[in-house]
Design a protein around this ligand. Structure first.
Ligand code: SF4
Ligand code: SF4
Length: 93
């Protein structure tokens, strides 16, 4: 659980203070969201997730839009028992 809490904080900090890194990472992202909703259940179930849909999708947080930022995020989803629809090429393979 601590790991999930740190993962949330980490993404928040990256989006807030390492915008260039996040932008670079997103250019390496391939695939598409499989709508498993696991990234909305990291550490706690987001209150905006209703009937497995984001109630504020159009104005969702930047860290939501940026998920997954890197391999660490993909691995987290795997450890939560799922598989993110995104992947990364290059240095992450
Ligand atoms: S974990 Fe990946 S596939 Fe699942 S909802 Fe989040 S971005 Fe989409
Ligand atoms: S705001 Fe929406 S996209 Fe972000 S975690 Fe909550 S339900 Fe998921």
């Amino acid at each position: 659980m601590l790991e999930q809490g740190w993962s949330k904080v980490r993404r928040f900090l990256l989006v807030k203070f390492r915008g260039k890194y996040v932008k670079e990472r997103l250019t390496l992202r391939a695939g598409e969201c499989g709508r498993c909703t696991l990234c909305c259940k990291v550490f706690f179930r987001c209150p905006f997730l209703v009937d497995n849909k984001c109630r504020i999708y159009g104005v969702r947080f930047e860290q939501c839009k940026a998920f997954p930022i890197d391999r660490e995020d993909l691995d987290l989803v795997t450890r939560m028992g799922g598989k993110c629809g995104f992947s990364f090429g290059g240095d992450d393979e």
